[in-house]
Design a binder for this molecule. Sequence first.
Ligand code: SAM
Length: 404
Amino acid sequence: MDNDTNLLPEELTTEIRARVFETPGFIRLTQSLTRGGKTFRISLRPITIKGLAKFQAEMVDDGRTRVRNFDEAEARDGLDEILAQKGRRDLHLITVDGDLHLRVTKKGKVLTSRGKASPTPSEGVAQPEGAHDHIKKQPLTAFPAEALLKIIGIADGDGRIKPSMRGKYDQVNALLRCIEPMLPDTPPAAYTVVDYGCGKAYLTLALHQYLVHAKGFRNVSVLGIDRNPDVIASARAMAEALGVADEVTFRDCTIAAAEAPDSPSIVMSLQACDTATDDALIAAVRHKAERILCVPCCQHELHHALVGGGPMRAPLRHGILRERLADLLTDTFRAQVLRICGYRANVMEFVSGEATARKILIRAERGIRPAHGEAIAEYTELCAFWGVSPYIGRALLNEDGTPS
Ligand SMILES: C[S@@+](CC[C@H](N)C(=O)[O-])C[C@H]1O[C@@H](n2cnc3c(N)ncnc32)[C@H](O)[C@@H]1O
């Protein structure tokens, strides 16, 4: 087979270049080819980063996705490389004016078909400027999040939210909405995030992308910490695939043993089990975090320790009521210790689509006078009433309730 017969006709390559770079309304170009039983796919689409027009290339190499952002000159070279590929392949160009679909057969024959513009892409799929105003505004639709969602496994290969991951998608959106009011109005010179018990790093990576692409923050550095080496290995691979491994790093260790930066802009801890939530709050206070966002998980310490006397014997007699009371008191103690340590703490309901989501969220901001007497008295009296000495208080307070 003569390779040159395998090239695309010049009138088609000229048309494609013009529709990608010269005519408004370019949505996406995708080329797929199979070599040696492996499928390679590359997609190019326009995105906006910090107000600048760029192009994002997503490369899927035998199931492994990688993403890179380019300026126009680099994207032009990249498109030339795509168009110069040989062999059997499919190329699909989508613009607001309609689709162009090319199939190059094994023998080099080019089959062309044209269609109307594709119907509205799904939520999370990048759209041309202004095209997605009708989609309900969610943080994950406030920037081109398709590559992120695919890489973290929330979206399928076509960019659609997987039905099994809808709950996680809603939860990440809900958490980003909770973080939004905690962010500075104007992009700071640098912004540091620590995520304790980051798990599969859905929020860790989503927050990084949201800060950079939706909020225009620069110098964002994110550290995810988890004691499970498997989730850390997969989180590192996802950061690498997203091209952000320099800015989003991960450590495989316990929260208590983790080395973390001082004065981080925000510390997060979402559903870290048992006293790991306390460890995260303790680390946040010791490192003087500016803001804290915490969704507690189960905590067992007080379940057996509560000894409230008098009328409180009645609820404590029933396992489920004892458990709920212990959970409420645990979060009460956490918020109170944060107050004593100089944080304005709010406990609120956290509503997310995920069926298993805990319903309490603690949001705290550093900046009130630490150790004021009334807060200490409330704390020590509450401890005495229930006959307990909570984990977080033992770590952060002296016996008299003042910060240690
Ligand atoms: C329920 S998962 C939540 C993961 C993630 N934050 C999320 O919301 O998707 C809890 C994570 O906390 C981690 N973890 C629990 N205790 C920890 C500790 N003491 N130190 C570090 N990681 C811990 C677990 O390995 C697990 O990945």
